[in-house]
Design a binder for this molecule. Structure first.
Ligand code: SF4
Length: 242
């Protein structure tokens, strides 16, 4: 079966460089803007196996695998199993892999940190900025604010893992556009994270002209900040809408 599939993917000349795996729809948080229909479903090992076949049979030597959810680390055992299967398969297909994980960082203990370090994971932490902004939308499953716990865990990670392996995924809600610069500034100055990926959160509100203007103004302020810091050999990075 693998042989046949290999022929058909090769003959199509398709190259897949990265694949995102939603390991679960379960989560330990209940963000008000979340679009994930929560359940307790976890990716089936057979589905995982077949998806990895497709990734590794496609052209190209270097592959990136990103785990997300829900909250993928809520089932750490599954993350470990997945990583083992992926590494084994990559070896069989003679491919190189890099792993990434998108996490809310609420469940982070030394065992997980050690594992993420050993497997050289790129870690994207979802954090919306200052506590006033973040806690407005992002509560735990039992309705508690999550900001302090996430900041504490980011610091815990940084005792073992270099900050260059960490980036922040900042969700921007239309009602918080005016605070975008101060929220980015907070992350750059208080967390040790030097790379932010800005993503507008999904709501059924279309941004108004006014909101778009504030968005542009805030982006300009962030660019100016990054530029002035780079002149002092202090480098920060910004990505929009990955
Ligand atoms: S942490 Fe992510 S998956 Fe969980 S509720 Fe918030 S947005 Fe949804």
């Amino acid at each position: 079966m693998i042989q046949n599939a290999k022929c058909s993917w090769d003959s199509l000349g398709i190259q897949i460089d990265q694949m995102w795996f939603s390991l679960t729809d379960d989560c330990n948080m209940r963000c008000s803007y979340c679009f994930v229909q929560k359940g307790q479903n976890y990716m089936d090992l057979k589905v995982m196996d077949r998806a990895l076949d497709v990734l590794f049979m496609s052209k190209g030597k270097e592959k990136k695998i990103i785990l997300f959810g829900g909250e993928p680390l809520i089932n750490f055992k599954l993350v470990k199993t997945f990583t083992e299967i992926a590494k084994k398969k990559a070896g069989l297909f003679n491919k190189k892999i890099k792993f990434g994980v998108g996490t809310n960082c609420l469940k982070m203990d030394q065992e997980i940190i050690k594992f993420l370090k050993n497997e050289d994971f790129q870690i994207s932490v979802t954090l919306d900025g200052k506590s006033e902004t973040h806690n407005r939308f992002r509560k735990s499953k039992d309705g508690k604010p999550t900001h302090n716990g996430i900041i504490k865990n980011i610091r815990k990670i940084q005792t073992t893992i270099n900050s260059s392996k960490l980036c922040c995924l900042l969700g921007v809600h239309n009602s918080e556009i005016r605070n975008l610069f101060s929220n980015c500034n907070y992350i750059f100055k208080n967390t040790g994270i030097k790379s932010i990926n800005i993503e507008p959160v999904q709501t059924n509100h279309a941004w108004t002209k006014n909101e778009l203007t504030y968005f542009k103004l805030n982006l300009l302020k962030i660019f100016n900040f990054i530029l002035s810091e780079s002149n002092k050999n202090n480098f920060f990075f910004l990505k929009l809408f990955e």
